[in-house]
Design a binder for this molecule. Structure first.
Ligand SMILES: Cc1cc2nc3c(=O)[nH]c(=O)nc-3n(C[C@H](O)[C@H](O)[C@H](O)COP(=O)(O)OP(=O)(O)OC[C@H]3O[C@@H](n4cnc5c(N)ncnc54)[C@H](O)[C@@H]3O)c2cc1C
Length: 401
């Protein structure tokens, strides 16, 4: 069987390796960070890659993990979203999406990244098809008609690798993208996402909130444990310091209380806040000869609608289908025309999601009275016009693709 090299063992690289392994395709996974070993499993909870964030997984993403046989383990630290309430602070508009009304079990599940990463890494380590080479940084990449050569460096020692196909899942600032000379459009939202876990006095009852406040769109999602909720709150760049550190816990809880009123009851406790600068980065090309850009290396989005990772998983799923079909016909899996066909096939879904996330951020970040009114009317209409809600619900669940 041919071998595929994946550069980057973040959540996308790890998931993709397992999808390829399931199709019995050999993978060499090159990751810059030295991951903790089996014996250090506890350390993974605090690992910089599988951090304090939580991911809202769409139903399609869940079905991908089900097919990999991982969902039973993953769901131990996941919570279903049965209802989503969308409101704007100081305004009359609101919208509610209920899973029951849309005749689905849930809109998806919120999972702790620390747990997801831990499960994926353990599975990767156990797979006979995957060789994880961590603690190595890819510094060079060249390709010819039949293969791609990658150089990875560990402690100043260069290691050469070669394969008919390389998948670059090396994140927003992708080194591979630069080495390939692929340009990318960058848009800085001038925002930083504050991410943390809070405890409220009212149980969450599997309800998620998206609240548009003057400080930014604030997401409050249910977590395992009836009173724990995940917070993602984008604030203006440069203004994050006032919310960080234990000394500002009360200040932060008071701000959440002010933004939410008593919908969630009292905001009683908060974990430390972590910061993520927010930008949109879109590669101009994703299939370059025998190399494909994947995950954040291909498209990094604003997390406002929790779509980024879900989109990456759909890309990975489609790519694996293309590769397996090609392999059945005993054809070369790095064929540039095959990779271009994959890129073309993914364009529509990617563009819809990119546009959706960007317009939600921009549409709700403006306090002009006319726009505010339009938003209110929009939210009300969204709540009342038949057919609109199921459409958006299906879309958010990743089913309509
Ligand atoms: C605050 C926040 C909340 C989010 N919430 C959601 C959500 O609810 N739902 C959702 O769908 N999405 C969400 N996302 C988006 C999601 O986090 C990303 O889509 C996902 O993390 C992308 O993963 P990745 O593996 O592509 O990139 P990364 O996590 O950046 O991983 C890249 C990997 O490549 C490695 N690497 C880099 N350079 C090299 C090199 N030269 N050699 C070798 N290895 C290298 C890095 O060490 C890293 O491990 C959120 C994002 C943010 C910021």
């Amino acid at each position: 069987m041919p071998e595929v090299i994946i550069v980057g063992g973040g959540m996308v690289g790890l998931s993709l390796s397992l999808m390829l392994a399931k199709a019995k395709i050999n993978v060499k996974l090159l990751e810059a960070i030295k991951y903790p070993t089996e014996h250090d499993q506890k350390l993974l909870e605090y690992h910089s890659r599988f951090d304090a964030r939580n991911s809202a997984l769409s139903r399609r993403s869940i079905s991908i993990y089900q097919q990999l046989g991982l969902w039973t383990v993953l769901q131990q630290y996941a919570t279903p979203i049965l209802e989503v309430q969308i409101t704007e602070q100081g305004s009359f508009g609101h919208a509610t999406l209920r899973a029951q009304e849309e005749q689905v079990e849930s809109f998806g599940q919120v999972i702790e990244n620390a747990w997801l990463g831990r499960v994926l890494l353990k599975e990767v380590r156990q797979s006979e098809y995957i060789e994880l080479i961590d603690g190595v940084e890819v510094t060079a990449l060249t390709q010819n008609e039949s293969s791609v050569c990658v150089t990875a460096v560990r402690a100043e020692q260069a290691m050469p690798f070669e394969a008919p196909l390389v998948i670059a899942a090396d994140g927003r600032d992708s080194k591979c993208r630069q080495l390939l000379g692929v340009s990318a459009s960058h848009h800085d939202y001038e925002q930083v996402a504050l991410v943390t876990t809070v405890q409220t006095s009212k149980p969450h009852q599997q309800v998620g909130f998206e609240r548009f406040s003057p400080l930014g769109p604030l997401a409050l999602l249910p977590l395992p444990g009836d009173y724990r909720r995940s917070v993602v709150w984008p604030v203006k760049k440069g203004e994050q310091e006032q919310w960080l550190g234990e000394v500002n816990d009360d200040h932060f809880l008071a701000a959440l209380q002010h933004a939410y009123g008593d919908r969630a009851g009292r905001f009683e406790k908060t974990a430390p806040r972590f910061c993520y600068p927010l930008s949109q980065v879109l590669a101009d090309k994703q299939a370059i000869g025998r190399v494909v850009l994947m995950g954040n290396a291909a498209h990094t989005l604003h997390p406002v609608a929790g779509q980024g990772f879900n989109l990456c998983l759909r890309d990975a799923d489609v790519l694996v289908r293309y590769l397996t079909t090609h392999l059945k016909n005993h054809e070369d899996i790095g064929t540039p025309s095959l990779l271009q066909a994959y890129e073309k096939a993914r364009r529509k879904d990617q563009q819809r999601v990119i546009k959706f996330c960007d317009s939600v951020v921009k549409g709700f970040s403006n306090n002009h009275p006319v726009l505010k009114l339009a938003r209110n009317v929009g939210l009300l209409a969204f709540d009342r016009i038949p057919g609109v809600k199921p459409l958006v619900a299906n879309y958010a669940m990743g089913l309509k693709v």
